[in-house]
Design a protein. Structure first.
Length: 164
């Protein structure tokens, strides 16, 4: 497992561009809110640490992870954001529902990345147990929200450099 060898919150601060002029949309699943709330907190804190202004960070919630694609698509259509961070958590249960939600959400976010000009950052945690999710939401493996924020900043910078 890759995360076992890499803390999600470890990165070179100096390798991250200034985010003071960047606009971020964050769409967060309400399902497993104990996890998604911690991921959101990590993302917002990291964005601000790199200069993002409060007025340039907009958070919207959707009921579950499957709805993240729709939420991200609507945020893109608003033309208000330079990147969207999609945050969710799906924990495996006893039925194939886990597989359908994870695959559909992953494919939806990939489709948005391939067909729009706004990067959508994949912040969906998919785990076998709640303990594994907690480990990735500020626990012993760091916070995936931190990683998503850094990725969003770097992808906006990437897009800007291509336009020069």
């Amino acid at each position: 497992m890759a995360t076992a060898y890499h803390n999600l919150s470890d990165y070179d601060f100096n390798s991250v561009p200034d985010a003071s002029g960047m606009r971020f949309g964050i769409v967060v699943s309400e399902w497993n809110s104990n996890i998604t709330g911690a991921l959101l907190e990590g993302a917002v804190k990291t964005l601000k640490k790199h200069g993002a202004k409060d007025e340039n960070i907009h958070v919207q919630t959707v009921p579950g992870s499957f709805e993240l694609t729709y939420g991200a698509a609507q945020m893109i259509k608003s033309n208000k954001f330079d990147a969207i961070i999609a945050i969710g958590c799906v924990v495996r249960g006893d039925t194939p529902h886990f597989d359908y939600v994870c695959a559909g959400t992953t494919q939806g976010i990939a489709h948005l990345n391939a067909t729009t000009d706004v990067p959508v950052i994949y912040g969906l945690i998919t785990t076998n147990t709640m303990e594994q999710a907690e480990d990735r939401a500020g626990g012993k493996l760091g916070n995936k929200g931190d990683e998503c924020a850094i990725t969003a900043i770097k992808m906006i910078d990437f897009s800007c450099r291509l336009k020069k």
